[in-house]
Design a protein around this ligand. Structure first.
Ligand SMILES: NC(=O)c1ccc[n+]([C@@H]2O[C@H](COP(=O)([O-])OP(=O)(O)OC[C@H]3O[C@@H](n4cnc5c(N)ncnc54)[C@H](OP(=O)(O)O)[C@@H]3O)[C@@H](O)[C@H]2O)c1
Length: 285
């Protein structure tokens, strides 16, 4: 085994682990970007006109998802739920704070008024928040505040969204509930350590998805409840850690959104409870 100094390991960890650890995250050509844009309308396996909800529509990936879906003729209603905006032309906008159950319940009722929901994508998440929250590199940097805040947004919030939205999924046709997780939440894939709070919160999210998928299959046998890893995407969440990410491994939000929608288009109820990467490959829990 080759040893490097701790500082170098940590730098490599926070710069590249979550963001570009996948060997299969290949360079993007202009043709790929364009293909991804075409794929962004690939929701052909959902019933039309589809009733779609994006939770976290103000985020880098969430806003790309909602932009991709608004131009699709097969989308009947696209609801952009967020804490802070934005209002995108062609979408219904609604408020949601995933850390507040009343807000989540009200948002679910609002969306359900438009009929059974065909697709919910939870695109919220947190890794850092300036001085208030920096991801831990070492165990001595862990604190109850850091753990609570990270788990609140990455695991507890999506669990509340699932609680209030899953009952409103369409029953008689394919419907998908997808939560954006992260490959570093894979326990089996964890060889570098670090970012314990973020990793553990995503592992908890993965377990919630797996567990809720089992229950959902009883009432909604055609539904797929899945976790998704978007790849390394150029958003505010990844920006402080992009320093050593090769440019060809950093996806644009538009590219990631197109790939995620393509995965969603392919999944069936047989995949419910699984964890998929942006390219459709399964990630071990
Ligand atoms: N970017 C990457 O490279 C990458 C890699 C792996 C996984 N992911 C995952 O992908 C997801 C999306 O990440 P992103 O890169 O798009 O991050 P982002 O641009 O920072 O977006 C995060 C979103 O979460 C929302 N949010 C946070 N707390 C909330 C709350 N209490 N209620 C409602 N919304 C809340 C934010 O809303 P406000 O605007 O109101 O703060 C924002 O819209 C996350 O789960 C992340 O872990 C990203």
């Amino acid at each position: 085994m080759k040893f490097t100094c701790l500082a170098a390991q940590e730098e490599a960890l926070v710069s590249t682990h979550d963001l570009s650890q996948q060997a299969s995250e290949k360079p993007l050509s202009a043709a790929q970007e364009s293909a991804a844009r075409r794929m962004a309308s690939a929701i052909g396996t959902l019933r039309e006109p589809a009733n779609i909800v994006i939770v976290g529509a103000s985020g880098g990936i969430g806003s790309a998802l909602i932009r991709a879906l608004t131009g699709d003729q097969r989308v009947g209603s696209a609801t952009a739920l967020s804490r802070s905006g934005p209002i995108i032309e062609g979408t219904e906008a609604g408020h949601i704070d995933i850390s507040d159950e009343e807000s989540v319940a009200a948002a679910a009722e609002l969306c359900a008024q438009r009929g059974p929901i065909d697709l919910v994508i939870v695109a919220t998440g947190i890794l850092h928040d300036g001085a208030a929250l920096q991801p831990d590199k070492r165990m001595r940097e862990l604190s109850i505040e850091k753990l609570q805040r990270t788990f609140l947004i990455n695991a507890f919030g999506p669990a509340l969204v699932a609680k209030h939205f899953l009952p409103h999924l369409r029953r008689n046709a394919k419907a998908v509930f997808a939560a954006l997780s992260a490959r570093v939440g894979s326990i089996g894939d964890n060889r570098l350590g670090g970012w314990a709070a973020y990793r553990a919160s995503k592992a908890a999210l993965n377990m919630l998805i797996r567990t809720l998928a089992v229950e959902q299959a009883r009432s909604h046998p055609e539904a797929a409840v899945i976790a998704l890893h978007p790849g390394t995407v150029d958003t505010g969440l990844s920006r402080p850690f992009q320093g050593r990410v090769p440019a060809d491994r950093l996806f644009s939000p538009e590219y990631a959104a197109g790939k995620l929608l393509a995965v969603i288009d392919k999944v069936t109820s047989a995949d419910s409870g699984a964890f998929f990467a942006w390219d459709g490959t399964r990630i071990e829990y």
